[in-house]
Design a protein around this ligand. Structure first.
Ligand code: SF4
Length: 252
């Protein structure tokens, strides 16, 4: 859908220069989603003409993967700059992600994969070329499958996330990010923590208070946030509470 340069707005790499390659299509519907235009594939791709200028050219989709790699690298002159494959949900197009990650990795570029963390088989096809997996952990209090998918049983996301996390351990690195809202339940946080611990208590966890948008009007209360932080720190070695930063300086 788009290729542009910005700064990472979330998670432990927050503030680092990053080129984003956004894939169209998502099979979830998160209540806070700030990019509903990415729920469907797009007929065109907009490409920033120079890093940070916010001027774009348009090309028809699908772009050849080698061209996507060239365009992303042109916006990231430093080899240390992350190239983030994001969405939508990039792993709905596993062959494209795998090819692109492989080309970027072969050209000594740092591949960062931002995913909703539910499609383990798709991740397995590209994990060897990913330096860092940013894996969401979706909670059923605020997230549903999109059209054409059956609704959740209570543990459906937990099972799929745990399986995904085990595959993600084969990447250069992985962290889990969970968006928490005023609806978030202590029980689902505890279940998530237990599932992460069953893989490794050293996996970093980021608690991200929701940025009020879409169907969510406010952040959780401070007592909720600090309570979840304390709960998680009792069982995991690396937990942080990090809000999104890009809305602060006006970038979506
Ligand atoms: S997974 Fe991401 S793109 Fe999909 S609905 Fe949720 S926030 Fe939006």
């Amino acid at each position: 859908m788009e290729i542009f340069a910005s700064a990472q707005g979330e998670g432990p790499e927050v503030g680092r220069s990053t080129v984003f390659v956004r894939f169209g299509g998502c099979d979830l519907r998160c209540r806070w989603c700030d990019s509903p235009s990415s729920w469907r594939e797009s007929a065109t791709c907009r490409i920033e003409t120079s890093p940070g200028v916010e001027q774009f050219s348009e090309r028809p989709n699908p772009l050849p993967i080698s061209q996507v790699a060239d365009l992303a690298i042109a916006l990231a002159p430093q080899k240390s700059t992350w190239i983030s494959l994001t969405g939508g949900e990039p792993l709905l197009q596993p062959e494209a992600v795998s090819s692109l990650a492989r080309i970027l990795s072969d050209r000594s570029r740092r591949v960062y994969l931002e995913t909703h963390g539910l499609h383990a088989e798709a991740l397995a096809s590209c994990v060897n070329w990913v330096e860092l997996v940013s894996m969401d952990w979706k909670l059923t209090s605020d997230v549903r499958w999109g059209p054409g998918k059956t609704s959740n049983r209570n543990h459906e996301f937990h099972d799929a996330h745990e399986e995904f996390l085990r595959v993600a351990m084969r990447a250069g690195g992985v962290y889990v990010k969970v968006v928490v809202t005023p609806n978030t339940l202590d029980d689902e946080i505890d279940e998530m923590i237990g599932r992460i611990v069953s893989v490794s208590a050293n996996i970093p966890l980021v608690l991200q208070p929701v940025t009020p948008t879409g169907g969510v009007e406010r952040m959780p209360e401070p007592e909720q946030l600090l309570g979840w932080l304390t709960r998680a720190e009792k069982r995991l070695s690396n937990v942080r509470l990090i809000p999104q930063t890009h809305p602060i300086y006006g970038v979506l």
